[in-house]
Ligand binder design. Structure first.
Ligand code: A2P
Length: 325
């Protein structure tokens, strides 16, 4: 349970993560500087946890915003919790530190608070292309043992380039493989996965809790619904009648109801908004409570539907979503 907008959840390695973060991925057409302004506004509103990734292509802007808010005295570096992610083309152990250093150079920061393996699947090493393809346009997959990638991430923690390490988009079997590594030095502190009432991840959440792994939920509001990235056959989450009705009852929006649902069940959320009004709204979820019955009603609209199923990689041997959870 997360009790306030500034509350932090303990992590297995002794660090802690703020329960509400600001997602920084945008598939909208933006002009240079939009992300800087959005992140600065987010920090002014009170966000201390910023969720980014090398793949988002905007870490330079996120870093610029963080540094500006440090320079003007709003925050200190240690107040900010910045998450970055190791992209699929850098999973070879000898590429890991290179990717992290690229992120740090873009951010112009000395360390990130949390570094996640973005996916368990590797693509052919590339520093230029996000999705490397052959001359026929076929994606170039790679076969890297993610446990070896994990060991390289542990080294990054040991030299102080990252404070905590975790994974993203791992199923429970893949998580077990990391947990059972014979020379494991650090457990993944979290698994960041898509999580919202249409994909409530109740089994994965239970599994993660049993291992003291925090589940961080991405796309908690059902994504911006960009057809380039998602399965648009799933209806918009925030139009769901159960969520709307509960919102009316509590004088809250459907977005606030879904975020409240997550913090009550111990899921850290990273809603994305670049709109100051909505950024503010997404933190105003601690002045009401959902009853056990209301939590069950929301559990009842689960459909196990993924907006982000990254189907173009479903033949990858390490595709995580063939397993039930
Ligand atoms: P915007 O950035 O214009 O606010 P997710 O976090 O699930 O990826 O969802 C992000 C999408 O939800 C974005 O399109 C974002 O738009 C929108 N959004 C963010 N906060 C709210 C809110 N409180 N109500 C409705 N839509 C929201």
């Amino acid at each position: 349970m997360i009790y306030s907008a500034d509350d932090r959840c303990p992590l297995d390695d002794g660090n802690s993560i703020p329960g509400i973060g600001l997602g920084t991925f945008s598939s909208d057409k933006l002009v240079k500087g939009d992300v800087v302004e959005a992140v600065k506004a987010g920090i002014e509103i009170g966000y201390r946890h910023l969720d980014g990734a090398l793949m988002y292509g905007n870490e330079d802007e996120v870093g610029e915003a963080i540094r500006a808010k440090i320079a003007d005295g709003t925050v200190k570096r240690e107040d900010i919790f910045y998450t970055s992610k190791l992209w699929m083309t850098y999973l070879s152990p000898n590429m890991v530190r290179k990717a992290l250093e690229k992120t740090l150079k873009s951010l112009q920061l000395d360390y990130v608070d949390l570094y996640l393996m973005h996916w368990p699947m590797a693509l052919k090493p590339s520093e230029e292309e996000i999705f490397p393809r052959d001359a026929n346009g076929k994606l170039l997959l790679d076969d890297v043992d993610f446990c070896e990638t994990w060991a390289a991430m542990e080294c990054c923690k040991e030299v102080g380039l990252v404070r905590s390490i975790g994974v993203s988009n791992f199923n429970h079997r893949q998580l077990e493989m990391v947990l059972k590594m014979p020379n494991l030095k650090y457990k993944p502190v979290c698994n960041q996965v898509e999580c919202h009432p249409y994909l409530n991840q109740s089994k994965l959440l239970k599994f993660c809790k049993s291992k003291n792994i925090v589940l961080v939920g991405y796309s908690p509001l059902g994504t911006p619904r960009n057809p380039k990235y998602l399965n648009t056959s799933i209806p918009p989450l925030l139009n769901d009648p159960v969520l709307k009705k509960l919102g009316e009852k509590h004088h809250k929006t459907a977005a606030q109801v879904v975020l409240r649902y997550q913090v009550q069940r111990g899921v850290v959320v990273v809603p994305k908004s670049f709109n100051p009004g909505r950024m503010k709204q997404n933190r105003e979820i601690f002045d009401f409570q959902l009853t056990d019955e209301e939590m069950e009603m929301i559990d009842g609209i689960n459909r196990n539907c993924r907006y982000i199923s990254i189907e173009m990689l479903q033949d990858h041997p390490k595709y995580p979503f063939h397993d039930e959870y």
